[in-house]
Ligand binder design. Structure first.
Ligand code: 13P
Length: 249
């Protein structure tokens, strides 16, 4: 059976202007990419094509899009527009979009379908807030997020997707999940896929960890059998730390 892909993806969020993007890309140009690890970044919309040109050796994605083909949606960006700029993947379900922009599970489901219809790989984010972890409800919470917005997919479409487990309490806080916490969730996610689909699907899909993942903790997280890499926020904004994470397998 084909080994599932290891991936390290950088979510630059709403950071960097063109000069800073150029500087970061310059640092990343020199970086020796690790063998067998797919590397990618999600710059802000205005810089997608620039990053694509500056870093042709890695994947470039968008952080968002609006799931309508075109039309009167002032200020929004369509999946065809991000594709046109060179994006081949897109973040869907990030906790910041769920919490700040009130994206609910039906809207996320629409985005998942629209991205796959356009041939763009969805990187579907899930994860529980602190109150849920605190009361021990994290497994059922995350399972529900996946059932609500991702598990309607056909097997071939699910296989084209990537899942990122990002506990909300770990994002930007410096509180990384322990290897036990990460592995338990990743193993459970794979188990649910196995139940809903089959073992081949469960074993073929990359499940990334995100949330204060950095150059010091990536090695032990990536050593967990069900953790296939990371979705990196803050630590992806510096070429050397991002490279150190890429080298952590
Ligand atoms: P941090 O790595 O800054 O915690 O962010 C994680 C994240 O939200 C990636 O999408």
């Amino acid at each position: 059976m084909e080994q599932r892909k290891k991936r390290v993806l950088g979510n630059w969020k709403m950071n960097l202007t063109s000069h800073e993007v150029r500087q970061l890309a310059e640092g990343m140009k020199e970086m020796p990419l690790a063998d067998g690890v797919e590397v990618g970044v999600f710059p802000g919309f205005p810089y997608i094509s620039m990053v694509k040109e500056l870093l042709p050796q890695i994947r470039v994605g968008a952080q968002n899009f609006y799931p309508q083909e075109n039309g009167a949606f002032t200020g929004e960006v369509s999946v065809l527009q991000i594709k046109d700029l060179g994006a081949t993947m897109v973040l869907i379900g990030h906790s910041e979009r769920r919490a700040i922009f009130n994206e609910d599970h039906l809207f996320l489901k629409k985005k998942v379908d629209a991205s796959l219809n356009a041939g763009i790989k969805p990187v579907f984010c899930c994860g529980e807030p602190f109150e849920i972890r605190n009361t021990g409800g994290e497994l059922s919470f995350v399972k529900q997020q996946l059932e609500d917005s991702l598990f309607h997919l056909s097997k071939p479409n699910l296989m084209k997707s990537v899942i990122a487990y990002e506990p909300v309490w770990a994002i930007g806080t410096g509180l990384t999940a322990t290897t036990e916490q990460a592995e338990e969730m990743h193993r459970s996610i794979r188990g649910w896929i196995s139940e809903k689909y089959d073992e081949e699907t469960a074993n073929g899909i990359s499940i990334l960890y995100g949330g204060s993942c950095n150059a010091s903790n990536a090695k032990e997280l990536f050593a967990c059998p069900n953790v296939d890499g990371g979705l990196i926020g803050g630590a992806s904004l510096k070429a050397d730390t991002f490279q150190a994470i890429v080298n952590s397998f």
